[in-house]
Design a protein around this ligand. Sequence first.
Ligand code: FAD
Ligand code: UDP
Length: 368
Amino acid sequence: MGKKYDYLIVGSGLFGAVFAHEARRAGKTCLVVDKRNHRGGNIYCEDVEGIHVHKYGAHIFHTDNKEVWNYVNSFVEFNRYTNSPVARYQDKLYNLPFNMNTFYQLWGVTTPAEAQARIEEQRAEYAHITEPANLEEQALTLCGKDIYEKLIKGYTEKQWGRAATELPAFIIRRLPFRFTFDNNYFNDAYQGIPVGGYNVLIDALLEGVEVRLGTDYFAHKAELDMLAGKVLFTGCIDEFFDYRCGHLEYRSLRFEERRLKVENFQGNAVVNYTERAVPYTRVIEHKHFEYGRQPHTVVTYEYPDSFAPGKEPYYPVNDEKNGRIYEDYRQLALNTPGVLFGGRLGRYTYADMDDTVAAALKLAREIF
Ligand code: FAD
Ligand code: UDP
């Protein structure tokens, strides 16, 4: 007897939603399940009196991939938001990424030649380190003591919960310096926030697709598997295989949200706190992503957190040890007929939204 659906899609995040849309377009029937009580995975926004609050961390869409940009724009219009975070160290503010504004704020230098000379002088102190063994050494040889101590060390140690001397160098191998007065955090050609928030994008992708929320795949696996010919799984791959090759490590986050009776709390969507002594890494003021004019505001304090079962696995820890474990799971996945693995958790990869869309489109194209 034929099954009710062609595909069971576990996870209504961006990967699952793009795949579901493409499957439907190809004439396939899909059932999407998600254990959360909303769609959209980590790009989900909650409407708090007209402000779209990014519930799982700030999300800024940016890409160099024109096809992906055209694809998402076919579902929703994007505004002209350009990410330009401000870093706060003690009581001073610095522009990010490291550019002429930052160099002026750090050293009072006003021309690119002066800035370059100052950075060379700072780096020269660490010229004896020829092969950086850890993140601290890497950062010092790349940008010297001032930038490292004020803008990198504290933030990075909080974010990863480890001393910079215990972190792999590759995390900051590409620290961009810019000798122009340009505070745009990204180098990509396209950037913005969906007008009306990310839910508009997810709802458009999932239009006409059946979605069951509050449904954990593992709690109903036998009955759900009976419903569909094939499964696309976008949850944690180690959980799918019942941790038989070991637990993959993740880094988690904790969010503290506050609604404030002020119109404008910090004047920017993103302010990073780069000092170790401040326990949070950043404060997000959501209305600024969409140029909101509400009389009130909503801010979120973001605290890095260790991961444990029951917490959200926000970041994969892509070091060598986890890379080996993931490789074992990837081999298992290749030998699991009828099940596709996709997305950030299914492939244990730190993929931005544009990479996620591109990967889902690629998979859909291979199949349909
Ligand atoms: P997810 O969004 O995680 O979706 C997976 C879904 O599967 C979830 O809804 C989950 O509930 C569900 N699920 C898992 N297990 C089960 C189960 N057993 N049963 C049922 N459902 C299950 N990208 C950018 O481009 N720009 C940014 O600024 C940016 N900022 C980010 C900030 C943070 C803090 C994080 C963590 C990520 C950020 N990203 C950003 C990356 C972006 O979030 C991802 O690219 C994208 O959301 C991945 O989509 P996904 O569908 O793979 O995963
Ligand atoms: N970083 C830093 N200072 C900052 C912001 C970032 O040192 O003010 C470093 C830190 O090591 C972090 C990495 O850059 O883990 C990437 O940060 P980004 O904000 O670009 O990425 P996200 O955390 O949003 O994935």
